[in-house]
Write a protein that binds this ligand. Structure first.
Ligand code: UN1
Length: 513
């Protein structure tokens, strides 16, 4: 029955088995190699995608450049109208797109649908923003002069996205870029390429219905080599990249070399601090969802729990009991909590982490392992594990994209817990569980969490689109999605206008001729 569901979903999304590749609209082309997309759910082949050659890429670039010339002239609220229509199409196709995300990536159907909901939400947000791309006005120091700033479209935005949020992260970027007057070229993860084809179909149809150039939305396919077409290309003023710290450092260097802008959203090593005043029941729900949701493959997944020694055993026992309740299996079956990892390579990294933590002196509290047998034929299903560890362990310092949770103990004041929490190279998401106002405020203060996201009595994952999303340190410093994240997609221009018959110079400089 799963298969019928997926077949129907693919049909509704217009994702055919072959001949889909590079696209600047409804026409898919490409001359590169074929990538096959296998589902981690059941190991079956879902479809094939043609990769982008350098020559294909030049065609895409031409189409994007020409689309930008007209799209930038469309008034921003009218660009918002296109994004509104796109959001409505997503509402209609939420079920099949959520199913494809779940089947191709392996997250639970609820989370697949949630991801499409994030797309719908960012569209609504962008529609409103399309009438609010405000600049400031300033008072000039010179008489008869007016000064103000305005935001203009930037150009072509290159988007490199990861497998774990195969559709939402693209939309956070595109929805804002489009209302800003930019056009986009997207290289999705080669581990979830059909999701990008499905998204491209949806937006391409909206553009066609509105007689707009197809180059407003383009996709290119392939691995990092295709990513390099984008990062090295000086015709692309902004590269937005989501993925590993390793990848981000290469992208940052390459883009900086040509003085382009990059928006980086890289790894996290997110912790929840559990203080003596924490609500244990809430803590367990937040920690378990944070650690095992999306099989631990969110950049916001909870990796570390920093627990006060006075309640350590109580929290530990509650977690171990909760992990016993977890049902692992087909993510499209809503009775299951945990689906598969993306592929066997990810399974290997998970296994290595469990070996490494023991080697470094850690203790396994909830045994991991790879599942086999009926329902687990893909070889990608693993048991969520918990280990007692110390923050300085190399493996704890490293982000392992899998459901492995490390328990760390702290004693004394909450400042000790904050120090442990900040004692990693990553700085994405963080949380504190406490009903103590002093502890909560300390955690949020300038001497508190050093992360881009800091929550009180909520877990580390599941951020809403309305806030700016991203983190500090090796997480890359970028901010996407809500608040004023739109500004990076536009170029700011300061304008000074003289409406007198004199030409006074600023800073009182005299220059008489
Ligand atoms: C990601 O894992 O790349 O906050 C993004 C969250 C989601 C986004 C995660 N809204 O968990």
């Amino acid at each position: 029955t799963i298969h019928k569901t997926i077949e129907n979903a693919l049909e509704k999304l217009g994702v055919k088995e072959v001949n889909q590749g590079t696209s600047t609209g409804n026409n898919f082309f490409g001359n590169g190699q074929i990538i096959k997309s296998y589902s981690p759910v059941d190991g079956k082949l879902i479809g094939k995608v043609i990769t982008t050659t350098k020559e294909d890429y030049e065609n895409v670039m031409e189409s994007a450049q020409s689309a930008f010339k007209s799209w930038r002239l469309v008034p921003a609220p009218q660009r918002g109208e296109i994004v509104r229509q796109f959001g409505n199409k997503l509402r209609e196709l939420k079920q099949p797109l959520g199913e494809l995300v779940s089947y191709e990536m392996g997250k639970s159907l609820q989370e697949g649908l949630g991801e499409v909901q994030e797309m719908i939400d960012i569209c609504d947000f962008a529609v409103g923003l399309s009438r609010q791309l405000h600049g400031l006005t300033m008072h000039s120091e010179r008489p008869g002069h007016r000064m103000y700033e305005q935001y203009h479209p930037l150009g072509i935005v290159g988007i490199i996205s990861a497998f774990n949020f195969p559709v939402a992260v693209w939309s956070w970027n595109t929805a804002l870029a489009w209302i800003s007057g930019d056009v986009c070229i997207w290289k999705a993860s080669e581990k979830a390429p059909l999701c990008s084809i499905a998204c491209q179909n949806i937006i391409a149809n909206v553009l066609k219905e509105n007689n707009l150039p197809e180059g407003i939305s383009c996709i290119v396919n392939g691995d990092y080599k295709v990513g390099e077409f984008l990062t090295t290309d000086k015709r692309i003023p902004l590269i937005s990249a989501t993925g590993s710290i390793r990848m981000g450092k290469i992208v940052a260097k390459t883009v900086a070399e040509r003085l382009g802008k990059s928006l980086l959203e890289l790894g996290g090593n997110n912790a929840i601090i559990v203080t003596p005043d924490a609500d244990i029941k809430m803590t367990v729900i937040g920690a378990v969802f944070g650690a095992v949701g999306t099989a631990g493959q969110r950049c916001t997944s909870t990796r570390r729990l920093i627990i006060h020694e006075s309640i350590y055993d109580k929290v530990k026992d509650a977690l171990v009991a909760a992990y016993k309740q977890l049902r692992i299996g087909n993510p499209l079956d809503e009775n299951n909590h945990v689906g598969p990892l993306i592929d066997k390579e990810a399974v290997k990294m998970y296994e290595n982490a469990l070996i490494k933590v023991v080697e470094e002196g850690g203790k396994i509290l909830v045994e991991g392992g790879v599942l086999s047998g009926e329902g687990f034929e893909s070889g990608c299903y693993v048991k969520p594990a918990i280990a007692e560890a110390e923050n300085h362990f190399e493996i704890v310092q490293h982000e392992t994209f899998a459901p492995v949770l490390y328990l760390l103990k702290y004693s004394g004041d909450v400042t000790n817990a904050i120090e442990i929490q900040n004692g990693v190279v990553q700085g994405l998401s963080s949380a504190i569980m406490t009903n103590n106002l002093r502890e909560a405020e300390q955690f949020l203060s300038q001497a508190g969490s050093d992360c881009g996201i800091a929550n009180v009595n909520i877990g580390t994952s599941g951020a809403e689109i309305g806030g700016a999303f991203g983190g500090e340190k090796e997480t890359g410093g970028g901010r996407e999605s809500g608040s004023d994240a739109w500004k990076i997609y536009m170029r700011r221009q300061t304008n000074t206008i003289n409406y007198t018959t004199e030409l006074p110079l600023a800073q009182g400089i005299k220059f008489d001729l």
